[in-house]
Design a protein around this ligand. Sequence first.
Ligand code: DGL
Length: 271
Amino acid sequence: MQQAIAVLDSGVGGLTVVKEVMRQLPREKILYFGDTARTPYGPRSAEQVVAFTREIVDYLIQFEPKMIVIACNTATAVALDDITARVSVPVVGVIGPGARAALGRTRTNVVGVIGTEGTIRSGAYEAALNLLSEDGVKVISKACPGFVPLVEDGNFRSAHTHEIVEEALAPLRGTGMDSLILGCTHYPFLADTIAETMGPGVALISSADETAREIRTILERTGQLAAGDAEPLHQFFCSGDPAKFREIAQTWLGAQIRLTPVVWQVPHIGA
Ligand code: DGL
């Protein structure tokens, strides 16, 4: 049986990483878990996000994946080290790759970061950018809590979406940034609207591309790249409404998916 790459997120956001992995590594089998019953993770405490991430990893590990990809910035920010210490396979997050991609792109060395409250509060992007930057970098961060619910509703381009994006990003215009990290894997779904709002002078940086490259590098190094010509049989799991997840996933990926709903207990915030 082909060993898979296991990818997880709080909902449909990690599909932006999956799409890029499918493009760059078309022979790799993917297992995807979207915790749609408990999305969004952004407003939750770090402890709760770590607990949820552990639960998903424990679920996915039964399929003996060769790698875990935490395709969620909020979970990467608080749970990457914890998960890396818990499992024996390589674990990849999305914040390092996103920071690298932005530094490769910026000329002004002023980089914007938008993400969930949890990601922005963690300071993980500032830390990664400062660590990786050779020339020094000014980081301007902003939490955009209104974006994830729009994406989970499949509401990518409406007038309402435009209004929310415009209002959230207005303070970032005229700050001198030439690159804006989409520091939440849900945000590439809103890329057209974000690009219209920020204008042509600001490049949008998604970590998906760089994350897929990092996955390839690790698989090459460990001699685990999938061989052969067989079409991989991907498998998707979601903990919430399967019809909604299927609709968004199939539209985004441009293909039918095999989806298994997972029944999950749903603690409320603060529970
Ligand atoms: N897609 C996730 C991220 O990259 C989580 C969004 C959320 O659930 O709030 O942060």
